[in-house]
Ligand binder design. Structure first.
Ligand code: FES
Length: 108
C-alpha cells in the first residue's frame, strides 16, 4: 500500500535554492523550485558521496558540488560527465501547502 509522505512546506523552497528533505524509509531527498514548480529527486549523486543540495542549481539543472557533473531536475537524467547514471525523480503532489511524494511500492 502506498502513502503520501510530507517533505517540507512549499514556501520553504525558493527558486534556485534546493532543500534537503528526509522521509521514513526513503533515501535522502532533494526538493527544488524551478520557476515556481516543485520537483523532488534523490539527493545523493550517482557518481560519488555528494549531496546535490550542496551543489548549484541553474534553472532546471543541478550541478554536483564534487566533480561538476549535473542532472536534469525535472527527469533525473544525468546530463554532464562524470555523471552517467540518472538520479531517481519522484512525482510530486502539493497537499495543503506541503510538498508530498508517494512512497514507492516495496520501499522499506
Ligand atoms: Fe557528483 Fe562526482 S560525486 S559528480
Amino acid at each position: 500500500m502506498s502513502k503520501n509522505l510530507r517533505l517540507c512546506e512549499v514556501a520553504d523552497v525558493k527558486d534556485g535554492e534546493p532543500v534537503a528533505a528526509f522521509a521514513e524509509g526513503m533515501p535522502a531527498l532533494a526538493v527544488y523550485n524551478v520557476d515556481g514548480e516543485i520537483f523532488v529527486t534523490d539527493n545523493l549523486c550517482t557518481h560519488g558521496n555528494a549531496m546535490l543540495t550542496d551543489g548549484y542549481q541553474d534553472g532546471d539543472v543541478i550541478e554536483c558540488p564534487f566533480h561538476g557533473g549535473s542532472f536534469d531536475i525535472k527527469t533525473g537524467a544525468a546530463n554532464a560527465f562524470p555523471c552517467q547514471v540518472a538520479i531517481v525523480s519522484y512525482p510530486v503532489e502539493i497537499e495543503d501547502g506541503w510538498v508530498c511524494i508517494t512512497k514507492p511500492e516495496g520501499a522499506a
